[in-house]
Design a binder for this molecule. Structure first.
Ligand code: FE2
Length: 466
């Protein structure tokens, strides 16, 4: 059957799925790849193999991993769909079998007991495993030498439920810290550097809400609760699963890393909505949390119902005094920003630099035409604008070497050129973000709007390349 796409903003332009899997053994490069850049950049994002209906939303497309491998100045590229149970069932049937979040009850009889997990949100590297994550499903272990070999990952049969998409890796201990919130309760986990789950706690929450991201410090975990609530019962009543309930306010649970429900210190602030954490740190009795946050969400976006709604996020800081139990909230900038990253050797520590996407031309709602560098300590900002029809995706920081100082390294970002309907992988000097790119890897096709990725200091063995 044909796979023509219905009319839908998330199936057009930068969001239009790329229907092919391919390998490019020598990519075209403008400029010079930094000699220190040896390793692999993995990026995950939604790329539907089949679309159920015109109600498609970008959150629900099948995960596709785009891979760029750097080896002594040579650059290879490949992309593969993540072989989830859903993907394989639909590939076998050659059609969509599941409704999305706005057709949730729709499901072909043949897949009633099949997971809907798309594994489309993030990809991380921990204890020599590449894990593709979506907060509604279990992790998927992707073989780096053959990306089509994918298996549900359970941490040696300990994790039998969903895993959030933004776990944190402590840069000193190597611990992997995460939670599961899409389920009957909120469960918090710590796996050691070898992937063994050593700590598991059930934590009482005042309401169940979208908890996309959280933060760690050296000694604490910080869980933000924004009042975008979810409830599976709403689906059976024909209502959207998510509801914006600002009267519940925003809450923060702060708990010692290895603590339990009894140790949680609660804070409450006026309602706001945030998806992504920049970083957090301790200062004496205080916890500093930096995120990108909306003051409110557009009313029509309550249930992600209006795809034309505009989201505006700001770089925000909360300071929690654990002794006085007070909050100070500061907006650090007025620019619309998203997809923040830092030098990950400073996760939970006192970082100076933050990098994120930003919008300079306000005529492109929900897209980002720039990369922004914030020097948080010196209150300085640098901007790299890609032009009015080029849109940057999440910038990943890669240190120049394992012992280079914070911020000494490179930013890697896919940039989509609308006029040419294709993408580049742009490499910036992270200390001179406003300068010309160090190098541009030109791809012949688009890399659709996606979410998150990681850098791995290893290059997979590719049996197809000699
Ligand atoms: Fe995210």
């Amino acid at each position: 059957m044909s796979n023509s796409l219905p009319k839908n903003i998330f199936l057009e332009g930068i969001w239009q799925p790329w229907p092919a899997e391919c390998d490019i053994n020598d990519c075209a490069v403008i400029g010079e790849i930094p000699k220190e850049l040896n390793g692999t950049f993995y990026r995950n994002g939604p790329n539907p193999q089949y679309v159920y209906s015109k109600n498609y939303h970008m959150f629900e497309g099948d995960g596709m991993i785009h891979v760029i491998m750097f080896s002594n100045g040579q650059v290879r590229y490949k992309n593969r769909w993540i072989r989830t149970e859903k993907f394989l069932a639909e590939r076998n049937a050659r059609k969509s079998l599941f409704g999305g979040m706005r057709d949730f009850m729709a499901c072909d009889d043949s897949v009633k007991n099949t997971s809907r997990n798309t594994a489309n949100t993030n990809v991380i590297w921990h204890h020599n495993k590449l894990l593709a994550l979506n907060e509604g499903g279990q992790p998927v272990d992707v073989d780096i030498n053959d990306l089509t070999q994918c298996n549900t990952y359970t941490f040696n049969q300990v994790l039998d439920r969903s895993m959030m998409a933004h776990p944190k890796i402590d840069p000193v201990t190597g611990e992997l810290i995460f939670y599961s919130y899409f389920g009957p309760d909120f469960r918090y986990f710590i796996a050691n550097k070898n992937g063994k789950i050593t700590h598991q706690e059930k934590i009482s929450m005042p309401f169940m809400c979208m908890m996309h991201d959280f933060a760690i410090t050296e000694n604490f975990s910080i869980f933000p609760l924004f009042p975008l609530t979810w409830d599976f019962q709403r689906i059976s009543q024909g209502e959207p699963i998510f509801k914006w309930e600002p009267n519940l306010n925003t809450r923060f649970a702060i708990m010692p890393r290895h603590g339990n429900d009894n140790d949680v210190i609660w804070f409450e602030d006026q309602s706001s909505m945030g998806f992504h954490v920049v970083n957090a740190r301790e200062e004496g009795d205080k916890i500093i949390l930096e995120m990108v946050v909306m003051d409110d969400i557009p009313a029509d976006a309550i249930a992600f119902a209006d795809d034309s709604a505009t989201y505006v996020n700001y770089f925000m800081r909360w300071t929690f005094d654990l002794k006085k139990r007070t909050i100070i909230k500061e907006r650090l900038d007025d620019m619309n920003v998203e997809f923040p990253r830092i030098d990950e050797r400073f996760v939970g520590r006192n970082n100076r630099h933050a990098y994120m996407n930003g919008t300079i031309n306000k005529g492109v709602p929900n897209l980002f035409d720039a990369i922004i560098h914030y020097d948080v300590k010196n209150k300085k900002k640098q901007t790299h604008h890609f032009g009015d029809d080029s849109f940057a995706l999440e910038p990943i920081f890669v240190p120049r070497s394992s012992d280079s100082h914070e911020g000494d390294g490179f930013l890697l970002s896919y940039v989509y050129c609308e006029a040419q309907d294709r993408s580049d992988l742009v490499i910036l000097d992270a200390q001179h973000v406003d300068a010309e790119p160090l190098a541009i890897v030109q791809l012949p096709h688009r890399v659709p709007f996606g979410f998150h990725g990681c850098w791995v200091n290893e290059i997979p063995i590719d049996p197809h390349v000699t």
